[in-house]
Design a protein around this ligand. Structure first.
Ligand SMILES: Nc1nc2c(ncn2[C@@H]2O[C@H](COP(=O)(O)OP(=O)(O)O)[C@@H](O)[C@H]2O)c(=O)[nH]1
Ligand SMILES: [Mg+2]
Length: 325
């Protein structure tokens, strides 16, 4: 049986960062697999996790239970049967519905395959004081479904954020431990805690409203001979716009960093080719992480997510201006 954990948390709370930390600290003899589901069509977390040593499967383009019902199950079955991992970490999109995913994982079909352990929810305590997040159905349900709450990004907290966390915990109605950490540095041993939270969650209002139901499991590819394409996704009050460019396209390094930093959106991610190799940028609000690698990526991928309409065409023009070739 594959020990399995759901790693939930709202957009940008630190799920991928935490998974990278866990993979770097896993028992060396164990084989781990990661199933990543992203809201955007383009699929970037896979590239962020690419050198982590885990078997990886991506499901882009919306909440995995809505968009990919059957393909999601086929992908999960293949991953379990072919790889037989010791552990599977599942990262649903920050806009995902934990109820449906937990229902799927506890189906009889998986009884002999999946040993479902603690569900971990990443929380950015700053968001507790912002109604825009706090009142979001997915944000609330993810916290309600968690067995363990990891309050990430401690380095960014003001005294009022720690206070908001305490108040929230006191009123949440659940006696669950909260572990404050930064940079996703949670203790690997917590993954072995059992699943004890069986809170009845409401049915997600937006369930089954996703578009693109026929999408497969692979991250988006470019059509042959195309140099780039753009893909939009919409749902649950959020819109995403992503671009994929062929492997020959290069971007100006500083120009790309500035374009991502200044883009008027809540969430931005990119793995792009630059003259020096690869540039990896991950931004949530003002939290920005930039890395470079000397090996160029197979293609360039950029994804922006915002809770209201953004001027994608203006952003695209600016993006094309920092293209070198
Ligand atoms: N300041 C700060 N930033 C963080 C921390 N953990 C993650 N981040 C940043 O938050 C952004 C979103 O992180 P990510 O792991 O991709 O979030 P996900 O969308 O939940 O997978 C990235 O820019 C990370 O570098 C932290 O503890 N402190
Ligand atoms: Mg992620």
């Amino acid at each position: 049986m594959t020990k399995t954990n759901l790693i939930t948390g709202f957009l940008g709370s630190g799920k991928t960062t935490t998974i990278r930390h866990l993979l770097a600290n896993k028992p060396p003899h164990e084989r781990w697999a990661v199933l990543v589901n992203e809201f955007g069509e383009i699929g970037i977390d896979g590239a962020l996790l690419a050198d982590s040593g885990a078997v990886l499967k991506e499901i882009p383009g919306g909440c995995m239970c809505c968009v990919n019902g059957l393909p999601m199950q086929v992908g999960l079955n293949m991953l379990l049967q072919q790889t037989k991992p010791d552990r599977l970490l599942i990262e649903p999109t920050g806009l995902g519905h934990p109820k449906q995913i937990l229902e799927l994982l506890t189906q009889d079909t998986y009884a002999g395959w999946i040993d479902l352990l603690a569900t971990v929810c990443l929380l950015d305590a700053r968001q507790l004081s912002q109604p825009h997040y706090r009142d979001n159905e997915n944000f609330r349900d993810q916290l309600a479904a968690a067995d363990i709450i990891i309050a990430n990004k401690m380095d960014t907290w003001q005294p009022e954020d720690a206070q908001a966390l305490e108040t929230w915990q006191a009123h949440s109605g659940h006696q669950r431990p909260i572990y404050p950490i930064e940079q996703g540095r949670m203790d690997v041993a917590l993954l072995d805690l059992p699943r004890t939270n069986h809170t009845e969650l409401p049915d997600a209002q937006h369930h089954h409203h996703a578009q693109n139901k026929t999408r497969g499991l692979a991250a988006l590819r470019l059509p042959e001979n195309a140099r780039w394409r753009r893909a939009l996704n919409q749902g649950q009050g959020y819109t995403s716009c992503g671009w994929i460019f062929d492997g020959d396209t290069q971007f100006d390094t500083v120009g790309m960093m500035e374009w991502i930093r200044l883009a008027p959106v809540e969430r931005a991610k990119a793995v792009v080719r630059i003259p020096e190799g690869s540039l990896l940028i991950n931004r949530q609000g003002q939290d920005l992480n930039i890395e470079t690698r000397s090996i160029p990526p197979l293609d360039s991928r950029i994804e922006l997510i915002h809770s209201s309409e953004a001027d994608w065409n203006a952003l695209q023009s600016a993006l094309f201006n920092i293209r070198l070739s």
